[in-house]
Design a protein around this ligand. Structure first.
Ligand code: PAF
Length: 315
């Protein structure tokens, strides 16, 4: 099975480290900048919870700045998009070029709207929803620190591929040691992950704390209020979510399970990078505006994170 990982930063490179273990997978790993250049030259090193080295010739490592060979056009059975939210539109165009006519594409990045961007590029028959809770960060170019095991959830989108169509990809994940599951409710899975991200990421980024510190009562109630604002908007969009008490329990569980993590938005702020706020809290505010539901906590957090990183991404 030919699998391409597009936008291979921390998460995508971690997944590449796993998938390279599957002898039935032919892997392409597309990245940019110093990290991409290092992988093209020397391969990829995974440290932390697992130690793996993938030689530069064990996968097809490609660099955005150089471009791709024409002969791989239309050849990929599956494409995983794992870049930052603002790279998903250009990566979807690349997916259009690389995916075979009945191949499958999924975006595992945080945020709202990515599956829709992929559907625009590829058509609904080739797109599924995806989320992941695997944790990774990049200590230096070419090296990824595997910070925590999680799960990959792949989910059905209206008019999209079924579990039977996606089974070869699920099998490739399982063979390579990645925990994964299928859901018949793709958009609800994406919203559930977004609700966790809007609750955790901006508050942790603004206060500079590890996820576990959001369990303190005052920070927790701010995080929960932000999450429930988002849930009200999702329910208006007819997304089926658990009740508020179950959402509160889920938030607590994730904060406990990731208590030692510096969340991705805090990492972006500390590194001086643009954040994903436009695809998280700001996107929730915009969805609410469309249906006349206000989201003041999300609005305030978006404005504050935007002010912290003035050059951060726009829709
Ligand atoms: O963005 C992140 O860092 C993660 O999605 C999560 C779940 C908030 C854990 O840090």
């Amino acid at each position: 099975m030919k699998i391409a990982i597009l936008g291979a930063g921390s998460l995508g490179s971690l997944l590449a480290g796993f998938l390279a273990e599957d002898s039935q997978a032919e892997l392409m790993v597309h990245s940019k900048g110093d990290h991409g250049a290092m992988m093209v030259a020397k391969g990829l090193k995974i440290v932390g919870e697992a130690e793996v080295h993938i030689d530069a010739n064990q996968a097809l490592f490609t660099l955005d700045e150089i471009g791709l060979p024409e002969q791989i056009n239309g050849s990929m059975d599956a494409i995983l998009l794992t870049g930052k939210s603002n790279s998903i539109a250009p990566l979807s165009s690349l997916a259009q070029r690389l995916l075979r006519p009945n191949g499958i594409a999924v975006c595992l990045s945080n945020g709202l709207g990515h599956a829709e961007t992929l559907v625009d590029a590829l058509g609904p028959h080739r797109v599924i929803c995806g989320t992941t809770t695997y944790g990774a960060w990049r200590p230096e170019p070419g090296t990824i620190h595997f910070a925590g095991r999680g799960t990959i959830v792949l989910g059905r989108l209206q008019d999209g591929p079924s579990q039977v169509d996606v089974q070869p990809l699920l099998d490739a994940f399982t063979r390579s040691g990645l925990a994964c599951q299928w859901s018949e409710h793709g958009p609800a899975e994406v919203w559930m992950k977004v609700l966790l991200n809007i609750a955790i990421n901006p508050i942790a980024a603004l206060s500079g704390v590890k996820n576990g510190e959001l369990l303190q009562p005052s920070l927790f109630s701010a995080a929960l209020e932000t999450m429930l604002e988002g849930a009200r908007i999702a329910r208006q969009e007819r997304v089926h979510l658990p009740d508020d008490l179950a959402l509160e329990r889920r938030l607590q569980e994730v904060l406990q399970a990731t208590s030692e993590n510096h969340c991705s938005m805090l990492q972006d702020v500390r590194a001086g990078r643009g954040t994903e706020i436009a695809y998280l809290n700001q996107a929730v505010v915009e969805r609410g505006e469309r249906i006349g539901v206000r989201a003041p906590m999300n609005q305030m957090l978006s404005a504050m994170v935007e002010a912290l990183t003035p050059s951060s991404n726009q829709h």
